[in-house]
Design a protein around this ligand. Structure first.
Ligand code: ZN
Length: 306
């Protein structure tokens, strides 16, 4: 099943168009996208056999499919190739595999940073970077779940960008990941949520992003150090995961910070982000509040952890 939101209402995506769920179900399911995840199992069951009659909506109007999650988790340094590019940028020449952490690095993207698949990314500075990510959406409450059971708690998967302001991220005694990644518009998500059963292998999906048509990241989710099921097991052992919660699962190599010299987003850029089998985000980049094109002090040359 492919699920989305149009006009702030839940829709089923059926081929090249979408249909309003509340209307097509005769009111059985709510018109509020925040409430739909509490009825997720019933929705999947209904969608499998429903007669989809009614007005067809164009897919270019799709919005963030999960606009109001109760919790949003982010995972840092979760791909081996990304951990390697970070280590090399800091001059480390040894075996990165031997240095990998025993537990995932977890932060939050505050939910006011979330935005839609075609929304502009407003830049607060000249230090803003991209991170393509697979985003997990929870389908039922998960508390102390075992990894072998974890996928059954997932509503679906979607595409996300973990946009990051690298100077804010590095300010302070320890990295401020939650702040550097939570400016408004720093969490584009969408365009649809796809149930795991609709994907051949939800643990091995190709993902990437292009900047102005040039591929800057390309990887596979099989490259995760802590795969989706282990992330759910780990997080749910501490915080119960609730229906509709999001997990940004980390990014493969190719971010701007670790390029020589570093490359950051500029007004007028177009960032296209995709996960094969799910879809693509297309976000124009714009000058935001506080952005100064002429201020060199805003240009970060630091090479540190991401
Ligand atoms: Zn990230």
């Amino acid at each position: 099943m492919r699920f989305g939101v149009i006009d702030n209402r839940p829709v089923l995506v059926d081929g090249e168009s979408a249909i309003d769920i509340e209307r097509a179900s005769g009111g059985r399911f709510p018109a509020d996208p925040a409430g739909i995840f509490d009825r997720w199992e019933a929705l999947v069951e209904w969608a499998a056999t429903a007669e989809l009659e009614g007005e067809r909506l164009p897919l270019d109007r799709l919005q963030n499919p999960v606009p109001a999650p109760r919790q949003v988790f982010g995972i840092g340094a979760n791909y081996l190739d990304h951990a390697e590019e970070a280590a090399r940028a800091q001059g480390f020449t040894g075996d990165v595999k031997a240095m990998l952490p025993k537990n995932p690095m977890i932060f939050t993207k505050f939910r006011s940073s979330l935005s839609g698949p075609y929304d502009a990314i407003p830049l607060p500075s000249r230090n803003v970077d991209w991170e393509v990510e697979l985003v997990v959406v929870m389908g039922r409450r998960a508390e102390r779940v075992a990894a072998h059971d974890a996928w059954s708690y997932v509503a679906g998967l979607t595409v996300g960008q973990d946009i990051s302001e690298r100077v804010v991220q590095m300010a302070g005694h320890s990295p401020q990941l939650s702040m550097g990644k939570s400016f408004p518009g720093f969490g584009p998500v969408g365009p649809v949520l796809v149930t795991p059963d609709a994907l051949e292998n939800p643990d091995d999906l190709e993902l990437g992003c292009t900047l102005n048509g040039q591929t800057v990241q390309k990887g596979r989710t099989a490259g995760m150090i802590f795969p989706v099921a282990e992330l759910i097991a780990h997080i749910s052992g501490i915080c119960p995961l609730l229906p509709g919660d999001l997990i940004f699962t980390g990014t493969p190599s190719g971010v701007g910070l670790f390029r020589t010299p570093p490359v950051y987003l500029k007004p007028g850029d177009t960032l296209v982000t995709w996960v094969k089998g799910i879809g693509e985000l297309r976000n124009p980049v714009a000058a935001g509040h506080g952005y100064r094109a002429d201020d060199d002090s805003q240009n970060n040359q630091n090479n540190q952890n991401s």
